[in-house]
Ligand binder design. Structure first.
Ligand code: SRM
Ligand code: SF4
Length: 573
């Protein structure tokens, strides 16, 4: 669409959230008072909006919602706390802190997220300050983990291409830091730091975001080909590292991806980012900053459902964006370079980096780190953290890498892995190893169906079909979310389920194996029996008729189960 006749969406009346941000005094609102209020375990709706920028959401335990309502009790209010770590890399000490905080102040589990962050669930209001302080004491932060700002910057987690990975990670940290909010509110409210600025006197400034921040969340990810674990085309702004013989030459730039949509609203859709050119490493920060400011100025502040960067780009056109970006930069992008992605899943088990350090990728079912009677995952990781001298790396597929293990330390770590039976997933089907599910029930207020708690059971049943078809070791990417917001990036999976109602899912097929193509709706609103009945014949036919190296998603298109989707604009067509 040409931009000539298009008014800035900002000329329409702004949404309520814009008003809350605007009067919040750089994210302060009445949060401090709300946290001190002893009458309720909740905070006000306005403060809850602001709380997101500080890295937390108020939730209630949906498993007990009806029961509590019958007993005329207020919902079981609790808070989810999200802790950011650029590129998902943390030290063993930071891991131990997350473990301790989870045991003492949350529900005793740690959730590794699809954006390489940590989530704690079940923190009560009275413990919020303690949690955030302990996290900050270990040099981690929750600021900007949520909210209308740049979120955790993602990066390929597996440093097997050590030199180039190190160079890329440096840029990940720099861009993440560059886009951090400047407000002192976080330090004052949570860390009891002195009020150094008088925001009312205009001393406080957000040089990149401005006083009302962005119209909506913004996400950046950097991929190092041939691996695309970060699903770079799902990002608002994606960078694809172009490297040669261990040297980073620069990045291809891709813009306007995103996964969220709403059921029954075709104006909302998932989209893949479009590649617009190549830049040198030194140009990355400037490109990121200018892109963010374009979205700040042109993103829709009236309708939040239409406020993501992908709609700004689709409404005005990629050419418009390139012109505006180059105008703000004062220089031109180079032509995009060639590269190749061959997967978006994790490489499990031990891998040796080109610097001779070792990295062990563990399979963590749907990212939930907890102890169960027969599997002491959380304890095992704690014991490893106590002796580990390398790092831990959260993967975008909700798994965990015990990273940078020296040859000398490898034996000790391997002993602990064996002592606790920690699994690299080899005992499971390749389908399960390539699976992800979002949190959904009981904590997510937007969930329409189960995801994390149900996908393992569905996989048990699908594995029987795979065994019959001889597909147990064939890699197929499968994802499930409890609603169409797309937190496990389901629109990029070869098979995906998006929750519609309790026990009911839409089934999508045909995504690209390396995260490079959207899938398409195949069946709507079906339960488990229908899911198994629908997938059995397709998997059997795939086993018999696939061509050499053909992936399941490609087969679903060749076999005419679904049409190929080239752009989110065709997703519902
Ligand atoms: Fe998400 C909202 C969990 C990654 C798209 N997401 C939520 C909330 C906070 C629900 C809410 O608004 O009340 C969920 C909290 C559930 C809970 O109880 O913990 C939630 N999102 C998650 C996590 C934890 C899923 C997981 O299982 O790992 C991921 C945390 C990421 C992080 O560490 O920062 C998570 N969310 C994503 C992703 C994937 C990604 O970023 O790579 C997406 C799709 C990509 C994208 O943004 O387009 C995603 N989440 C959403 C959306 C839809 C946004 C949209 O464009 O419409 C919402 C709803 C919203 O923002 O209004 C949402
Ligand atoms: Fe909640 Fe929906 Fe995200 Fe799942 S996809 S965590 S149900 S918002």
């Amino acid at each position: 669409m040409s931009d000539n006749n298009l008014l800035s969406p900002n000329s329409a009346p702004h949404s309520d959230v814009e008003a809350i941000k605007s009067r919040s005094d750089y994210l302060r609102g009445t949060l401090e008072e709300s946290l001190k209020d002893r009458i309720t375990g909740s905070i006000s709706e306005d403060d809850n909006r602001l709380m997101k920028f500080h890295g937390s959401y108020m939730q209630d335990d949906r498993d007990v919602r009806n029961e509590r309502s019958k007993q005329k009790l207020e919902p079981a209010y609790q808070f989810m706390v999200r802790v950011r770590a650029a590129g998902g890399i943390v030290t063993p000490e930071q891991w131990l802190t997350m473990d301790r905080v989870a045991q003492r102040h949350a529900n005793g589990t740690i959730r590794l997220t699809t954006r390489q962050s940590f989530q704690l669930h079940g923190v009560i209001k009275w413990n919020m300050k303690k949690v955030i302080q302990e996290v900050n004491d270990e040099l981690l932060s929750t600021l900007a983990a949520c909210g209308d700002v740049n979120r955790n910057v993602m990066c390929n987690p597996n440093p097997y291409q050590s030199e180039v990975h190190e160079q890329v990670y440096e840029w990940v940290q720099k861009v993440s830091h560059h886009l951090d909010p400047h407000t002192r509110a976080y330090h004052e409210i949570w860390l009891d730091e002195e009020k150094l600025v008088d925001s009312r006197e205009g001393d406080e400034q957000e040089p990149i975001y401005g006083a009302v921040y962005l119209p909506r969340k913004f996400k950046i990810g950097i991929a190092v080909p041939p691996a695309n674990e970060v699903d770079v085309f799902s990002q608002d702004l994606g960078f694809i590292a172009i490297h040669e013989n261990g040297r980073l030459l620069g990045f291809n730039v891709a813009v306007g991806g995103g996964m969220g949509m709403s059921h029954g609203d075709p104006k909302t859709y998932p989209q893949v980012a479009r590649t617009i050119g190549f830049i040198t490493p030194e140009q990355l920060i400037e490109v990121a900053e200018k892109t963010v400011t374009i979205q700040r100025d042109y993103g829709d502040r009236a309708v939040r459902k239409h406020a993501r960067f992908k709609y700004t780009i689709d409404d005005r056109g990629t050419e418009w964006f390139i012109d505006e970006l180059q105008r703000r930069l004062g220089w031109k992008l180079q032509e995009a370079r060639s590269y190749h992605f061959d997967h978006n899943g994790d490489r499990y088990g031990w891998v040796k980096g080109s610097d001779n350090n070792w990295h062990f990728t563990l399979f963590i079912q749907n990212g939930r780190v907890k102890d169960e009677d027969d599997y002491l995952l959380m304890t095992g990781l704690r014991e490893i953290a106590k002796v580990h001298t390398g790092d831990f790396r959260l993967t975008p597929n909700q798994n965990l890498i015990i990273g940078n293990v020296t040859s000398q330390k490898k034996k000790k770590i391997q002993q602990l892995i064996e002592a606790y039976g920690l699994t690299d997933g080899t005992a499971y089907s390749a389908l399960r190893r390539n699976s992800m599910a979002c949190v959904a029930l009981p904590t997510c207020g937007l969930a329409m169906a189960e995801a994390e708690r149900y996908l393992p059971t569905l996989l048990d049943k699908l594995e029987l079909i795979l065994d019959e078809a001889g597909l147990r070791d064939d890699e197929i990417v499968i994802r499930m979310t409890g609603c169409p917001n797309g937190c496990a990036r389901p629109a990029l999976a070869e098979i995906s389920f998006i929750g519609k109602a309790p026990g009911k899912y839409n089934l999508y097929l045909g995504g690209g194996f390396a995260g490079n193509r959207l899938n398409k709706l195949y069946r709507e609103n079906i339960g488990e029996t229908e899911i198994l009945n629908e997938l059995r014949p397709i998997l059997n036919r795939y086993a018999k008729e696939r061509t050499e190296g053909e992936h399941f998603g490609d087969f679903c298109i060749r076999g005419e189960y679904v049409k190929e989707v080239h752009s989110g604009l065709d997703f519902h067509a």
